[in-house]
Design a protein around this ligand. Structure first.
Ligand SMILES: [Zn+2]
Length: 344
């Protein structure tokens, strides 16, 4: 069931799609269109995997693994990038930071070869569709310390060719964020950002650890809400949480959208961006998430505009692009004029 089916009103006036925004927390392979998934599965004579409902986090990771396996030729990767960027443009995304694990890219002999292909192909798609793109090289926390260091060194080598940050993904209960400290140091020395997943499957202590490591943003981070001191620290330091509400519901981090901590975090002064995480696997795109934040979580329009502004400010996009996007938001942020204010 998609969020669109849930709300029955897919952003009818294009209000949220018209709001310039950055999409900062989205995993490339899982942003595949469902039609493309079906086509690839038919070509490869494999069954289309079940989507949106997963028995546990491992079942979710299995579904993700299947998507990675489908991307077994450069042509498929190029098509994926073009479609993902086109879909982003249609949703008002002006800056797209897509995460991937290059060493898992099935179409290429090495992680290096994967990045050498993906980065220019993403940039070309960006030029075609009018979206700035930056890659986040994900460190797989389940793959051990050598992988973490190798991934960070790889990201560093591509720092001036389209990689903007390193991330940290997979089950954080298996390996705490602190285990990646050395890898983060390598990334930082190369001028890259650091944007780990934390405070999703593990609690607020992991968010605190991430803050203490000096990260730029935290992907998810929503379980910070369980410790008011960590919430305060986030607000004080201005560290952005790249929040993905539907993902948190599907994976059981929160019981329902109505219970999601996004409104409380915003109320406490924590900067948050709104994101889709794995659009194909969770049945939502980034505009759906804005709609749901408003309709199901009660986030007022003005706060949604703030989230869009935060997403731009906290992205690694070039300054001139940010200035332009913020000016466009600013011009429409007077709620009497803003299309979001015309809601019934
Ligand atoms: Zn994620």
């Amino acid at each position: 069931m998609s969020a669109r089916a849930t709300t029955g009103r897919p952003d009818p006036a294009g209000r949220y799609a018209g709001l310039p925004k950055a999409h900062l927390h989205v995993h490339l392979e899982a942003a595949m269109r469902e039609s493309t998934l079906r086509e690839f599965c038919a070509e490869d004579r494999i069954e289309v995997p079940p989507l949106v409902e997963y028995a546990d986090f491992t079942a979710f990771l299995d579904a993700y693994g299947l998507l990675i396996g489908l991307l077994r030729t450069p042509e498929r990767v190029e098509r994926l990038l073009d479609e993902v960027v086109a879909d982003a443009a249609a949703q008002g995304v002006v800056a797209l930071e897509y995460a991937s694990i290059p060493e898992k890219a099935a179409a290429f002999d090495s992680a290096e070869a994967a990045l050498e292909f993906i980065l220019p192909a993403a940039a070309a798609a960006g030029r075609r569709h009018g979206v700035w793109t930056g890659a986040i090289v994900s460190i797989d926390r389940g793959a051990g310390p050598e992988h973490a260091l190798a991934a960070a060194r790889l990201a560093a080598r591509f720092a001036d060719r389209g990689v903007v940050a390193v991330g940290l993904v997979a089950d954080e209960r298996a390996s705490p964020v602190g285990a990646a400290a050395e890898a983060f140091g390598i990334a930082r020395d190369a001028g890259l950002g650091v944007v780990p997943h934390a405070g999703e499957l593990a609690g607020p202590e992991e968010v605190r650890s991430a803050i203490e490591l000096g990260v730029d943003r935290i992907q998810h981070g929503v379980r910070a809400v369980e410790d008011p001191r960590v919430v305060e620290l986030l607000a004080e330091r201005g560290i952005c949480l790249d929040v993905c509400p539907t993902s948190n519901v599907v994976l059981g981090v929160v019981p329902a959208l109505e219970d999601h901590p996004l409104p409380a975090l915003l109320e406490a002064g924590v900067r948050c961006s709104i994101n889709a995480d794995d659009p194909l696997l969770f049945g939502v795109d980034v505009v759906d998430e804005y709609v749901l934040a408003g309709e199901r979580m009660g986030v007022p329009d003005a706060r949604l505009v703030d989230c869009a502004r935060t997403s731009i400010e906290c992205s690694f996009a070039p300054d001139d692009l940010k200035r332009d996007a913020l000016a466009r938001i600013g011009r429409s942020a007077d709620l009497r004029q803003h299309p979001l204010a015309e809601q019934p």
